[in-house]
Write a protein that binds this ligand. Structure first.
Ligand code: AMP
Length: 283
């Protein structure tokens, strides 16, 4: 496995491989790799000859009061995990190389970036779209895999690729969960044992919404109200948003449809967690 820090060297590596007729898949990450990331890598591996993983904690997608400085960084352990997962190349650039002095460009996917996480984290998805555009240009993959864990991010990236004619196929990958249902996340490390228990309220809310849908409830307002009440009973939890949206345009729904998706952001103590899932379809 190669580890490349320099963008020009990364592009040169990709060029040589593609000239040799090999296809390249990319899994972009911020590192601190867990089984969710590894599952994305396995899916990418199956679809291409070569697998690149980027590890970059992207400062421009963090707000001023967010956890950029304290975000867990365990590069050596990540390299071992990636090697074991059959990764061919890790691209891990320094911040100053990605955003050198004079950098002044932002990629903005307007509509999809506004609500849900975009409302509580202004500018977040501009930062995501900007770095993903850069990674695509530097690494030049034919395919990139993103997790449905960050469902809005996946929608934003799909829209960017469509609108800007990137020649990259975007593949969404289902959420990987702990045995008790908590969606895997690098931020789960922040949770104390008591908070880790409290964090289960997100998955419980998803299950409760699915149960209500299965029993015939179609009024999104009533479902959301019941979930807000249930989460309010957990003293460590504070809801940032709970919405049922249409999965393609992320518009809020009043009545449940087959494409309805529950989207959640809940603070557990100082840790912000997100989760989501379909309510009616089998996925
Ligand atoms: P991150 O390192 O948190 O930026 O995540 C990198 C990629 O892994 C993103 O496409 C995430 O959506 C995806 N990912 C993170 N956690 C999970 C999970 N539990 N299940 C599926 N995908 C995930």
């Amino acid at each position: 496995m190669e580890i490349i820090h320099n963008p020009a060297a990364m592009t040169a590596w990709s060029k040589v491989e593609r000239a040799g007729g090999r296809s390249l898949a990319l899994v972009p990450t911020m590192g601190c790799l867990h089984a969710g990331h590894l599952s994305l890598m396995a899916a990418a591996r199956r679809r291409a000859d070569l697998l690149a993983v980027s590890i970059f904690v992207n400062p421009v997608q963090f707000g001023p009061d967010e956890d950029f400085a304290s975000y867990p960084r365990i590069f050596e352990a990540d390299c071992l995990a990636a090697e074991e997962a059959g990764v061919d190349v890790i691209f891990a650039p320094e911040t100053e190389v990605v955003y050198p002095p004079g950098f002044q460009t932002r990629v903005q996917v307007t509509g999809l970036s506004q609500g849900l996480c975009g409302a509580g984290r202004p500018g977040h998805f501009d930062g995501v779209a900007t770095v993903v555009a850069k990674l695509f240009n530097i690494i030049q993959p034919q395919l990139a895999v993103f997790g449905e864990k960050d469902f809005q991010q996946l929608a934003v990236v799909r829209a960017m690729v469509r609108d800007l004619n990137f020649a990259v196929e975007i593949v969404g990958h289902p959420i990987v969960r702990e045995e008790d249902g908590l969606a895997m996340s690098s931020r789960n490390r922040y949770l104390s044992p008591a908070e880790r228990q409290a964090a289960l309220c997100l998955y419980r809310a998803l299950k409760s919404a699915r149960r209500q849908a299965a029993e015939g409830e179609r009024d999104c307002g009533r479902i959301i109200a019941s979930l807000v009440t249930a989460i309010a009973a957990e003293p460590r939890a504070c809801v940032e948003y709970l919405q049922i949206v249409n999965d393609s345009d992320l518009r809020e729904l009043k009545k449940l449809t087959d494409t309805a998706r529950l989207m959640m952001a809940v603070h557990i103590g100082r840790t912000r967690l997100i989760d989501n899932g379909y309510l009616l379809s089998k996925r």
